[in-house]
Design a protein around this ligand. Sequence first.
Ligand code: G3P
Length: 220
Amino acid sequence: MGVVILNFKIYEEGSGKNAMKLAKIAEDVASRVDDYIGIAPPSIDLAEIINAVSIDVYAQHVDAVEFGSHTGRITAEMLREKGAKGSLINHSERRLKLADIDFLVSKFRELSLTSVVCTNNIATTAAAAALNPDYVAVEPPELIGSGIPVSKAEPETVENSVRAAKDVNSKVKVLCGAGISTHEDYVTALDLGAEGVLLASGVVKAKDPKKALEELVGLR
Ligand code: G3P
């Protein structure tokens, strides 16, 4: 039993009407397991999905800015106002500067939003843990979308990331991601000390996303 955060990215299968369908699937599966299932739909679909499901909804990205003269940006306050649980921060497909990550983690604490800071290796996981986010999610970029699970291909990255993060900050929770799709990949991640997984294509791009998510959490 662990944490599963499903990033819809901006796959067509996870956008617009498909995002809503996927959100409902995740809500249904979450109601049948003890695992925590959160979702991260595209920003434009966030508000509608937050209002339609009872599970936690995260943004995929938030800008490190205050309200004001900025165009096309989203602040942490705007996310909170819509009822988001939190956001991914510094995803490998949306990297931020260190100072921006620090700004967002502190802002999230103030606003009681949950921060999930993504990292790419053991050293950056330890560095991110020092900023005191709720979660650090280590994802080797070369395995993202590959179907090759980090928990099997690089178990040492997961294990040592957990150790390095906890050495710096015993309260931080560590997730791992990249290539996760089966129950075995998930359980292996938990066995390596991770609190859970951050995943996308294994479910979002599956022929039958419901079946894929059920399989992931061991319902099949
Ligand atoms: O945010 C999750 C992600 O980057 C991993 O993607 O498709 O390898 O599960 P995927």
